[in-house]
Design a protein around this ligand. Sequence first.
Ligand SMILES: *Cc1c(COP(=O)(O)O)cnc(C)c1O
Length: 499
Amino acid sequence: MLSVVRLCALGAAAYNSREDRGRRPRECASGNGGCVLSSQSSNSAEPIHYRSTNRRAPRATLDAALLQGQAVDRGLYLPERYPALEPAELAELRGRPYHEVALAVLRRYTVGVFDDATLAAMCRDAYDFDVPLERVAGRRYLMRLDRGPTASFKDFAARMMARWMGRLMRDQAGELTILTATSGDTGSAVACAYHGVAGVRVVVLFPPDEVSDRQRRQMTTIGGNVAAIGIDGKFDDCQAMVKRAFADPELGGIRLTSANSINIGRLLPQSVYYVYAYVNLADVAAGQRIVFCVPSGNFGDMMGGVIAGRMGLPIERIVIATNANDEVPRFLETGQYAPIVPSRVCISNAMNVGHPSNLARLVDVYGGAMDETGRIHEPPDLDAMRRDLYAVSISDEQTRATIRAAHERYGVVLEPHGAVGWAGLERYWNEEVGGGDEPLAVCLETAHPAKFPEEVRAATGVEPEVPPSLGGLERKPESYDRLPADYDAFRAWLRAHIG
Ligand SMILES: *Cc1c(COP(=O)(O)O)cnc(C)c1O
C-alpha cells in the first residue's frame, strides 16, 4: 500500500472514454469542426478529472492527484480531457506578461479547486522572473527557462506546485512530507519552492559524489522545513530508497508524497511556456505552425508540450533530444522499448535517465498502455507518434561541439542540456526541413550556463556570468545529514524526524 493522502471521495471508478486519445494536435489545431478537443468550450466551468495511466485507480480531482503524487495503482495521472485554447484567445495573449499566460492556461485545470483570483495571485507570485526568447538564426529561437531562483526550468513547475499544495494544506490538519531523490536540479528547485510553505516538509536525498558543489549548496543552505540527506551511494540508490518509503506500510502514519515529475502538478505548469513562446513569435491569426525542440530526460518537460498541443496549440513537430540515454529514440524507431540499466553518465547530467517515468503518459496519449516497469500492454499508434515527434540522441562529443559552434557562429552561450536540444534541432533541420520553407522553431534552454561553468569555459573560453540567484552560496552555512545507502537507516531517520 502506498502511504498517501486521499482527499476526495474516490468513489466509483470512472474511466474516460478513449475516443479522444491518439488524436494528433494538428487535427485539432486546424479548426476542423469534427475535432473533439476544439469543440469544447474554453471557459467551461466543469472541473477536469484526472485518470491513471494504469487504468485501475478511480479518477481523481486535481487536489487529490496533487497530494497523492502517484495513483494507487502506481499509474500516473493525466487530465481526462484537454480544454481548447481558441485562436482568438491566443491572439489576445500576445505581449502579455508570463503570469497572465499562466493564468489563462492553468485556470482550466484548476476549476473547482482554486478560484481565478487565487490562481492569479499564485501566478503573479510564482512567475516574477524573465522568460527570454532569443533569436539565434533565421526563424530559429532559443527560449531561456533559466531565470528562476535555482536557474533551471524546474523552477516553473516547482514554484506553481508548491503554491498549490501549500494552499491545499492550509485547509488540512497535519503535515505533508515530500520525499524527493535528486541528481541535482529537482532537489534544489523543489527545496527552494517549498521553503517556508506551512504544512509541508521537504526531504531531499542526493548522492554527494554525483552533484556539483553549487547544486549541493542549493539544497543544503536552505534549512527550515527543508532537510537534505547525502546518501553514500548513487542517484539510483536515492531513488530506490524513496520508492521503498512510498510503499512501506510501517510508515503508514506519515503522509508522504512526491514532487518528482510523476506528479501532475509538475506537468501542467510546463505547458504554459509553449503557449507563451507561440503567441509571442508566431502569426497567430494565420495559424502558423511551430516546431519545439526539448532536451529530455524524464520527459516531463516534453509532456508539457504534448499537453499544449492537445489544447490546440498549432505544433508542427516536437523534436525530442536525448543524450546517450537513447531508449526513447530507439522506441520510436523500432516500437520496442528497453530501459537502459544503469543509465549512461553524460555531461548533460540532469538527463541521465534510462527509464523515463513520463513515457507511460506519452504512450497513453497515443492510445497505448505502458506500466511503471516499462512493459507495454497495448501498443500506441506509432505512426501518429512519428508524425508528431522527431527523436534524436546526441553524444557528449556532439554536445561539446555544439556549445562551441553555437558560440562561434551565433554568439550564443549554451550549457550542455540546451546544447543537446540545439544539436537535435539542427539535425531535424538538415534531415527534415532541407531546402524547404523554414518553419518557426524554438529550442528550450533548460539551465543557466553558470551551472556548468567548466564545460562552457572549455568549449567557448567564456566564463559564464553567475546570476544573482546562484551567487553568495559559498558564504551560507551548509547543513545536511549523511546516511548509508541502506533503507532501514533511512526509515529510522524518517521516524526520528517526522511523524
Ligand atoms: C530535469 C532537466 C532536464 C530534463 O527534463 P525532463 O522533464 O526530465 O525531460 C533537462 N535539462 C535540465 C537542466 C534539467 O534540470
